[in-house]
Design a binder for this molecule. Structure first.
Ligand code: ATP
Length: 256
């Protein structure tokens, strides 16, 4: 499908569920994003917006391009075209360190905890890029079990503790947009619940969260809006309050 045809398809899909979101003044506005791994063309014109203070998910089946979208926003995947506007700045030509300095932080699916460093050292690792980030003590108050493990090495942490540390350490940076890639993957229900509470608290602090999730039940409890991706495109958007009414359609999209 050509890019204009795709845009039209995306726009009409949006009209079917709801509008695709406000086009102006969004904190993050992604338009016509295309991305490539080498010769493999993965994103084919991704369009979506995230308002300041929103929690928004990217849903979709395996391989739909959700992680690739986060990596493209972050500049980790450099081979990309289109537009990524954040707080009025165009990011498409920037390297990942410059994207981070603009106030976007990325928590990858693989978490990236340094095994040889302890909890506190891992927390102190990412540089502060903007004022207003949380202090180490505030992060320990948000994650009391990390406080108890303050001097434990990364290798000694459970999967849930590693995930909390991975989220905790980007909160120091002062970033205002957090990109979280499948934070609940492989975690016990009680830890998933805790992560949900944390995301709600971060929203209450005014942070904006773009969340990639496979766990739709979890996503539905935390997000204001959901974008659905298929084959490297956004094909629909559903407001949190409209999830129940759109359950059948969402299950079809996600194959559940
Ligand atoms: P998943 O939950 O499976 O990660 P996803 O929606 O996040 O799903 P992506 O990881 O963005 O999907 O992958 C989109 C496509 O890009 C898939 O076809 C995948 O095989 C391909 N892909 C991902 N990483 C690479 C890579 N490093 N090199 C080449 N192709 C890749």
């Amino acid at each position: 499908m050509s890019v204009p045809a795709m845009r039209e398809a995306t726009a009409s899909a949006g009209q079917a569920g709801a509008s695709t979101g406000p086009a102006t003044q969004a904190l993050l506005s992604v338009q016509g994003l295309q991305a490539f791994y080498g010769e493999s063309h993965i994103l084919h014109g991704v369009d979506f917006q995230v308002e300041r203070g929103e929690v928004v998910t990217l849903l979709g089946r395996n391989g739909a391009g959700k992680t690739t979208t986060l990596k493209s926003i972050m500049g980790i995947l450099a081979k990309r075209t289109g537009s990524i506007r954040f707080a009025g700045e165009e990011l498409i030509a920037l390297r990942s360190n410059q994207v981070a300095q603009n106030g976007i932080a990325y928590c990858p699916e693989e978490r990236g905890i340094f095994a040889s460093l302890n909890v506190e050292e891992n927390l102190l690792l990412p540089p502060v890029v903007k004022p207003g980030g949380m202090t180490v003590d505030e992060i320990f108050r948000l994650f009391p079990n990390l406080a108890e493990r303050r001097y434990s090495q990364g290798t000694k942490l459970s999967g849930g503790e590693q995930q909390m540390l991975a989220i905790g350490r980007i909160l120091r940076t002062g970033a205002s947009l957090l990109l979280l890639d499948e934070p609940t993957e492989g975690l016990a229900p009680v830890i998933v619940q805790k992560i949900g509470e944390v995301i709600r608290q971060l929203k209450a602090r005014g942070l904006t969260v773009l969340l990639v999730e496979q766990n739709f039940r979890f996503a539905a409890t935390v997000a204001d809006r959901h974008y659905v991706m298929e084959d490297g495109r956004v094909v629909d958007m559903v407001h949190g309050h409209a999830v129940e009414a759109n359950l059948e359609k969402l299950h079809d999209y996600l194959g559940i």
